[in-house]
Design a protein around this ligand. Structure first.
Ligand code: NAD
Length: 423
């Protein structure tokens, strides 16, 4: 019988065999790629569990479709449904121009306090890539999703509020900075709770997925009290709450100070041999070099909102671009999670049945993994990988491959389903 996914007291999701999962079909290319993807999900679930499990999809409205049907870009009913059913999935949404809503994605994240933006980046054999060794990239980026300069506290140049804030900074806080009337100001927010819950999630993920390291990426050399504190809080969480599983560079520094570098190196080596997760840090600009030079040295990444935005896109480009990049916004405490393609609505290609549905398909794979339906997730990944290895692909990949076969969005899904049922 169809039922809700719920959160158990101990923080475990309880997933019935027929969970009701709300979905937003999305604008622009959304309907094309959703219709293809949902057939893949249903086939994989039916095949993996001999028909014992089945997702009961429940459509909820958002974006242009919602606006046309209800006059609201994001009806309350949609938010209430996501709140009630915990886990959902969405296609890309048009960002309304003007009006009260900055972005529908931001509104959803805020309403459900989805504090983790998780973007796994992994290369699938055969996917065209601009780098020489894309197979070396296998990272899961945990981007803080609610704070930082993205909190939206900013004032335009020439406004009364902006002027008041500048005067407050100069006169009450004695900030020695020459603001001009044309200076706009924004505020960067980084809290201990916000940082720790994000880094805690990254550490839990690393333990669960047996990852070798968690790297805290930050600009603490310049922004000491925000980004620097983020790093410090990260090491604190690792040492205080995950001490049995981790060895931090903070510990290495302290041992080096007390007993010298050799002792610190020995300590780290022993920790590595014992299978502990190494918790290290790196300055964001250097990190953007290192992902090109030595991506194999990085596994799970924990970072603030703005850094995470840049890093996720740079990594996505390395493994095949936005047509294949999945993502999720998650609150691991309440269980709320919305899975989504990371690209936009590509309105020029709406209803052409030509775009790559892989980003939605892989978002669904993340969702199935989150639900604990690993067999179905693995089945899809195996079939999708084979389809790409066989060079039967949509136009974005076709244009970059030699001797490929061009498929429509729906045909690409047909091919994946064929491979699933052959397994
Ligand atoms: P976009 O991501 O929609 O498209 C940029 C280009 O990427 C497209 O022209 C297309 O060539 C390519 N592309 C995108 N998805 C693809 C796919 N599945 N397969 C193959 N190629 C693909 O970016 P945009 O044009 O800047 O934004 C269009 C709209 O989408 C705007 O309204 C924007 O606000 C919105 N948007 C929504 C989301 C979201 O809902 N998550 C994210 C980004 C942008």
């Amino acid at each position: 019988m169809a039922a809700k996914i719920t959160m158990h007291k101990e923080g475990n999701l309880q997933v019935p065999d027929q969970p009701i999962i709300p979905f937003i079909i999305g604008d622009g290319i959304g309907p094309d790629i959703w219709k293809a993807s949902v057939r893949v999900f249903d086939a994989a679930v039916a095949h993996s569990y001999d028909g014992k499990r089945k997702i009961q999809w429940k459509e909820v409205l958002a974006g242009e479709k919602a606006f046309n049907e209800t006059g609201s870009w994001l009806p309350d009913e949609t938010l209430d449904t996501f709140k009630e059913y915990l886990v959902g999935i969405k296609g890309p949404l048009t960002t309304p121009i003007g009006g009260g809503i900055r972005s529908l994605n931001v509104a959803l994240r805020k309403a459900l306090d989805l504090y983790v933006c998780l973007r796994p980046t992994k290369w699938y054999e055969g996917v065209p890539s601009p780098v020489k060794s894309p197979e070396k990239v296998n990272m899961a980026v945990f981007r803080e999703n609610t704070e930082d300069i993205y909190a939206g506290i900013e004032f335009a140049a020439g406004t009364e509020e902006g002027q008041q804030l500048k005067e407050f900074l100069n006169h009450a806080l004695h900030v020695d900075y020459h603001f001009t009337p044309t200076t706009a100001v924004g505020i960067k927010i980084v809290s201990e709770e916000g940082s720790k819950r994000l880094i805690r999630s990254a550490l839990e993920y690393a333990i669960q997925h047996k990852r070798p390291s968690v790297t805290i990426v930050h600009k603490g050399n310049i922004m000491k009290f925000t980004e620097g504190a983020f790093k410090q809080w990260g090491f604190e969480v690792a040492e205080q709450e995950f001490g049995d599983y981790t060895y931090t560079w903070g510990q290495w520094e302290r041992t080096k100070e007390k007993e010298g570098q050799e002792a610190a190196n020995r300590e780290q080596q022993e920790a590595e041999q014992a299978g502990k997760i190494i918790v290290k840090d790196i300055i964001a600009d250097n990190f953007l070099q290192q992902i090109l030079l030595a991506p194999q040295d990085y596994s799970v990444i924990a970072t603030l909102n703005l850094n995470g935005d840049y890093i996720s896109d740079a990594l996505a480009a390395m493994v095949g671009g936005i047509g294949i990049a999945p993502g999720a916004n998650i609150n691991y405490k309440t269980g709320h999670a919305i899975f989504e393609a990371t690209h936009g609505t590509a309105p020029r290609f709406a209803n052409t049945d030509t775009m790559n549905p892989s980003s939605v398909i892989l978002s669904g794979v993340m969702m199935l993994e989150y639900m604990g339906w690993q067999e179905a997730a693995d089945t899809i990944v195996a079939a999708l990988s084979k389809t790409i290895r066989e060079k039967t692909v949509t136009v974005d990949f076709y244009n970059l491959m030699e001797d490929a076969t061009l498929l429509k969005t729906s045909e690409f899904a047909d091919r994946i389903i064929e491979l699933i049922t052959l397994r």
